[in-house]
Design a protein around this ligand. Sequence first.
Ligand SMILES: N[C@@H](CCC(=O)N[C@@H](CS)C(=O)NCC(=O)O)C(=O)O
Length: 217
Amino acid sequence: MALVLHHYWRSSASWRVRWALALKELPWQSRALDIVKGEHRSPEFMGVRSPISHVPCLEIDGRPLTESVAILEWLEETYPTPALYPRDPWMRARCRQLVELVNAGTQPLQNLIVLDAISHEPAARGAWAARWLDRGLTAYEHALATIAGERGAASSGPHSLGAQLTAADIFLVPQLPNARRFGVDMAKFPRICEAEAAALATEACGSTAPEKWQPTE
Ligand SMILES: N[C@@H](CCC(=O)N[C@@H](CS)C(=O)NCC(=O)O)C(=O)O
């Protein structure tokens, strides 16, 4: 199967997909776009690959698929091991809840197109992004405490859902450089920081991090 990923090095949603591909050990071709330069708004990209002009887009044997949740679920169903979602239905639901806290409840509010609509003044953009990142991470930290209570304190951590890295971590961790960049006080989120440290230490994560994909010029 030929996999071609259209992505931007600093896009959190792009990092999710690079990471899932690495975990599944799938080879893929890279098509880098610079969304700060507006390359994702070209008629060719919007017309054929991503009508909403978002990265990432994974082309699967020439068929373009956007939305990182849909991409991860397709990868999971097509290449089930190693698993990105827990098998237990309740923990699977919890995993999807954490995924959506980031995907629907946090990331869209600090997206480039939203910041452009809010203000072109850096301080105002930063305050807006920090506000919604702080809200989303507060909810995520709270959810981790609830889940740990359900599972028993002994089984909590180091990852979001316990011993195994899951899709929840793959959505959470790429959001955190943005939170720091916009000045969110990460000391308020000890479990999130623990999950981040554990995820960053995994082999598959390393090659997929933004700095590995940052253009040299
Ligand atoms: N829900 C989408 C979000 C995609 C998204 O928002 N991508 C951002 C980069 S992280 C983007 O392309 N932004 C372009 C813009 O704001 O103009 C997904 O998970 O794939």
